[in-house]
Design a protein around this ligand. Structure first.
Ligand SMILES: [Zn+2]
Length: 188
């Protein structure tokens, strides 16, 4: 009678199982692992609390650059934030998040000081090649284009990059996410 692990339910043979059925036992375990991996769990992740901000006066904002664990991410992860404080505070991400860090922004919209605010965060990289992970099928009214940046010195320069654009957004407009410049070289 096979047993199974408590968290994922991976099967394994127990004392009275016959050794000659080992191939079946290993096949069942391999299939269970494959089924588990098929739900596409993130390959890299970090979650935690940010460094503390100083107390923040009413009507003002503060920014704080936060580093991720060294070597944790190979692509810019998908980052979500929540502000935590003894008041009503807003928290958001600054521009320029990367594989090594991001900028946290908080704002105090109230008239009174908020003390010792911080953020809870989670950062997820869904595949080795991409932060968001698998791309989806095109929807009706969407088309794929290739956009190539030609800015001198840009890491994306000369690399045709697939992008998706929907009809309802009008004529296509593209900018480079690395150098920030408009991209004119766009082909269907
Ligand atoms: Zn560029």
């Amino acid at each position: 009678m096979a047993g199974s692990t408590p968290v994922y339910g991976f099967p394994y043979p127990t004392g009275t199982d016959r050794v000659m059925d080992g191939d079946n036992a290993i096949a069942a375990l391999a299939q269970a692992i494959e089924d588990r991996l098929a739900v596409w769990p993130p390959v890299r992740m970090q979650a935690g609390t940010s460094p503390a901000f100083p107390s923040i006066n009413g009507g003002t904002g503060q920014s704080l650059a936060m580093t991720f664990a060294v070597g944790r991410f190979t692509q810019t992860p998908m980052i979500t934030l929540a502000g935590v404080s003894n008041g009503h505070m807003a928290a958001s991400l600054g521009t320029g998040a990367s594989a090594t860090g991001c900028t946290l922004r908080i704002y105090n919209p109230t008239g009174t000081v908020i003390s010792s605010p911080y953020c809870m965060f989670s950062a997820v990289q869904m595949s080795e090649a991409s932060g968001p992970g698998l791309t989806r099928e095109l929807l009706e009214g969407e088309a794929q284009y290739l956009a190539t940046c030609h800015t001198d010195g840009c890491d994306n320069a000369g690399e045709p990059i697939p992008i998706v654009w929907a009809e309802l957004d009008g004529p296509i407009v593209v900018g480079c996410g690395v150098c920030g410049q408009p991209i004119e070289d766009v082909t269907a």
